[in-house]
Design a protein around this ligand. Structure first.
Ligand SMILES: [Zn+2]
Length: 153
C-alpha cells in the first residue's frame, strides 16, 4: 500500500516529533520511502519550505520521496480547478489539487490532517478529503497512517 503525504504531515513532524526526540518516527518514514511506500508530490516540496530549510533539504534529498508531476495529473488538477474554482484560488490551497491528482494517478492514499467538511460547506471551504472523494481517493490522518504501518513508540 502506498501513501502520499500532505504538507501538514511534514510540518507536523518537525513541530510535534522533532528528530532528536523521536528518531524512530523519522527513520520509519525513511524506510517507507526506501520501500516505495511513501512519497510527496512536487507541489508539496515547494510548500514544505514553511517547515524550515532543514525539512526542505531532508525532503529534497530523500531518494524516491518526491514524485514529479505528469500530464495525466495536470489534467486532473485542471478538472478539480474547474469543479472548485473558489477552492483553488490563491496560495492557501495551491498544492491540494496536485496531491489529489497524484494520489489518483498512483493509486495511493493521502495522509493529511485536514478535516472533512459537511456536504453544505462553501466552495472555498472545501477540504482535501471531500474533493478526494470525488476522485475515488482515500484520505487518512497521521495517526491512522502510523497505525496502518503498525509503528509503535
Ligand atoms: Zn508519488
Amino acid at each position: 500500500m502506498k501513501f502520499t503525504l500532505d504538507t501538514n504531515i511534514l510540518v507536523g513532524l518537525v513541530r510535534l516529533y522533532p528528530r532528536d526526540i523521536f528518531p524512530a518516527m523519522w527513520s520509519n518514514i525513511e524506510s517507507a520511502v526506501a520501500a516505495g511506500e511513501a512519497c510527496i508530490c512536487e507541489a508539496i516540496l515547494r510548500e514544505v519550505k514553511r517547515g524550515g530549510d532543514e525539512l526542505y533539504t531532508w525532503a529534497k534529498s530523500l531518494e524516491g520521496f518526491v514524485c514529479g508531476v505528469t500530464e495525466e495529473e495536470l489534467a486532473v488538477v485542471a478538472e478539480i480547478a474547474a469543479a472548485h474554482p473558489e477552492w483553488v484560488q490563491g496560495q492557501l490551497n495551491e498544492a491540494d489539487p496536485f496531491v489529489i491528482a497524484h494520489a489518483k494517478a498512483e493509486k495511493s492514499t493521502i495522509v493529511t490532517e485536514e478535516n472533512r467538511k459537511g456536504s453544505n460547506a462553501l466552495g472555498k471551504n472545501q477540504k482535501i478529503p471531500n474533493v478526494a472523494d470525488e476522485h475515488g481517493v482515500a484520505a487518512i490522518k497521521f495517526f491512522d497512517y502510523v497505525r496502518e504501518q503498525g509503528w509503535q513508540f
